[in-house]
Design a protein around this ligand. Structure first.
Ligand SMILES: Cc1cc2nc3c(=O)[nH]c(=O)nc-3n(C[C@H](O)[C@H](O)[C@H](O)COP(=O)(O)OP(=O)(O)OC[C@H]3O[C@@H](n4cnc5c(N)ncnc54)[C@H](O)[C@@H]3O)c2cc1C
Length: 558
């Protein structure tokens, strides 16, 4: 018999995406809920993130008259599943559960006073496929005043946009010089900043706003939230998970849970040992996740016999790490850099091998696959730009000549007067790089990338430069000097995890259920397999299956 120090109705491990949604649902049903967070900070990588949720057929689309339906979303996800190996976590049933439950989850949050909205235009990442949406299916939190958290504010994890500025507006800031709507947006932002000074409010945006709202609601509903409480063991009795052991330096305690245990403890992006095993050649230093994303629970669940899927996949985000940026909370993303006109990406033999304008997950997967086929050929790859690109877009957002000069002197930024000379600096066969650029320029002339269809999708064009005609994504590399920077397979978390069913219950490799054990977030394998359908396709399903897990536990074990 396990002797428990404390007894609870429901335990949630981790304070990331979905955990607080689940905790809130169970607490609102009148149950005693305990949320244990390993870190001293609440919110996980989710609080640090953009916080957008990909939820097809969401009520905000209906409100705005944007076309979508469960059938359309099913067609889209089915099309994405085609060509993938058979999936155990991304089954048609789980995709259907996601499509059905996502809008209900949003409805539940709205009833709890959580303020959300849709992003007006963020195309699905494969918008050209049947059922794909060009306006997109992305939902985001309204701004949140951190002061509403009272003393808990000091224990809340910092987000990447601690400003009174919505993420979709931040993405349009670079248009201020050219567009009146962007200028008006800037004025409104300045007004809000001044308003903050006068009122003492402190608004945050993106993931911090989402998680901040959830934390406030959980605390109000009586959820017992404890930080610096890493779970170290899942406790079982008669093959059912019935509680956990957790604790820090002060010693460990045992906690019982009548309704089951939900794992939302992130992935393993910060565990080099697990990376070496499942993602060889990649480094924790390239990750944008929180330091506590160390895969503790993955190993514990595997010990209980949990099946896993996709552990070799990253929720990749291609990155540049210029000198001085190594320790930045968020490494400079290279997505827009490579996808901008007058820029291409090549491997270490000078060959283009992917659509630079594709989704970040597809980009990094292509890099990893390329490198696996031909070791040491694509990690890093090179972003090649001509001087038009650098003049218009800078490098990692920097246009200042002195900084670029410093980067060149450090050897990070390579520059030369011609593609052939640049190739020599990169240790690439000059004729290979020259002919890659020549071929690309020829395809720009005819406005058709025969090799990778770059610029064909609404999404590729959304990523590019809206002022670059006729295609926002395509521009020739023809004006010297030419530049190159390395691009690495960075990430915003791992993508694989334990296999779960339609109720978010953790399954064994034989397909059986581990009773009492649920998982959501990137602790669980993605319902979409190797493909990332749109912006928010991590946090959207994480919230949805957190909501589903809570509902199942409530209906099964009470
Ligand atoms: C800059 C950035 C922007 C991003 N933007 C988006 C976006 O807009 N939309 C999107 O879908 N994805 C986005 N992502 C990716 C997304 O944030 C992650 O995939 C997602 O947040 C993972 O959620 P999670 O709940 O699984 O993990 P997390 O949010 O990391 O939460 C896991 C929590 O579990 C805790 N934990 C770990 N081990 C233990 C233990 N032993 N005991 C107790 N607690 C433990 C951790 O400390 C952590 O707080 C972004 C990521 C970054 C870095």
């Amino acid at each position: 018999m396990i002797q428990y120090d404390e007894q609870h109705d429901y335990i949630v491990i981790g304070s990331g995406a979905g955990s607080m949604c689940a905790a809130l649902r169970v607490a609102k049903a009148g149950k005693k809920v305990l949320l244990l967070e390993k870190s001293e900070w609440i919110g996980g990588t989710t609080a640090r993130s953009g916080g957008v949720m990909w939820i097809p057929n969401n009520p905000f689309m209906k409100r705005d008259g944007v076309e979508d339906s469960a059938e359309q979303a099913t067609r889209y996800l089915d099309a994405l599943a085609e060509g993938q190996p058979p999936l155990r976590a991304g089954t048609p049933e789980r995709r259907a559960a996601f499509i059905e439950e996502g809008p209900k989850m949003l409805q539940f949050l709205a009833e709890q006073g959580i303020r959300l909205n849709r992003v007006d235009y963020w195309p699905d990442y494969y918008d050209e496929l049947p059922g794909g949406s060009k306006p997109g299916r992305t939902v985001v939190s309204e701004l949140f005043n951190m002061k509403e958290l009272g003393p808990w504010r000091k224990r809340f994890r910092k987000g990447f946009l601690p400003l009174p500025l919505m993420l979709q507006d931040a993405l349009k800031m670079n248009r201020v010089k050219r567009e009146w709507p962007a200028r008006l947006m800037l004025l409104r932002f300045i007004g809000r900043l001044l308003g903050q000074v006068l009122t003492g409010k402190r608004f945050v945006s993106a993931g911090a706003a989402l998680q901040g709202q959830l934390l406030k609601a959980c605390l109000a509903a009586g959820v017992d939230v404890r930080t610096s409480m890493p779970v170290t063991e899942l406790l079982t009795a008669e093959e059912r998970v019935v509680g956990v052991r957790a604790g820090g330096h002060g010693g460990s305690l045992t906690f019982s849970s009548k309704l089951g245990v939900l794992v939302d403890a992130g992935g393993f992006a910060r565990n080099q040992g697990l990376r070496d095993r499942y993602l060889p050649g990649t480094k924790t230093d390239w990750s944008n996740t929180v330091e506590s994303d160390t895969g503790d629970l993955l190993e514990m669940m595997m010990t209980l016999g949990a099946d896993t899927e996709g552990l070799g996949l990253l929720l990749g985000y291609q990155s540049m790490i210029p000198p001085g940026k190594e320790d930045d909370m968020i490494k400079p993303g290279a997505q827009k850099q490579g996808a901008a006109p007058h820029s291409i990406v090549v491997d270490q033999t000078g060959v283009r091998y992917l659509n630079e304008g594709g989704s970040y997950v597809a980009f990094v997967k292509n890099m990893m696959d390329r490198n696996a086929e031909n070791p040491s050929s694509a990690l890093p790859s090179w972003i090649i730009m001509d001087s038009q690109a650098v003049k218009k877009y800078g490098i990692a957002g920097i246009k200042k000549k002195a900084t670029l000069q410093k980067w060149a002197e450090s050897g990070y930024l390579k520059t030369a007067d011609s593609p052939a000379a640049l190739a020599v600096a990169l240790n690439i066969d000059p004729s290979a790089l020259s002919s890659t650029i020549e071929r690309f320029n020829g395809m720009v002339d005819k406005q058709c990338d025969d090799d990778f269809a770059r610029g064909k999708r609404a999404y590729d064009q959304w990523l590019g430069d809206p002022y670059n005609a006729p295609n926002a994504s395509l521009g020739k590399l023809e004006v010297g000097p030419f530049y190159a920077v390395p691009v690495l397979p960075g990430d915003v978390s791992t993508l694989g995890g334990v296999v779960t069913d339609v109720h978010a219950r953790v399954l064994t490799s034989g397909g059986g259920v581990i009773p009492g054990l649920y998982a959501t977030g990137v602790a669980a394998a993605s319902p979409f397999g190797q493909v990332y359908p749109g912006a928010g396709a991590s946090i959207g399903p994480a919230y949805t299956f957190g909501y589903v897990a809570a509902g199942h536990a409530l209906s099964t074990y009470t």
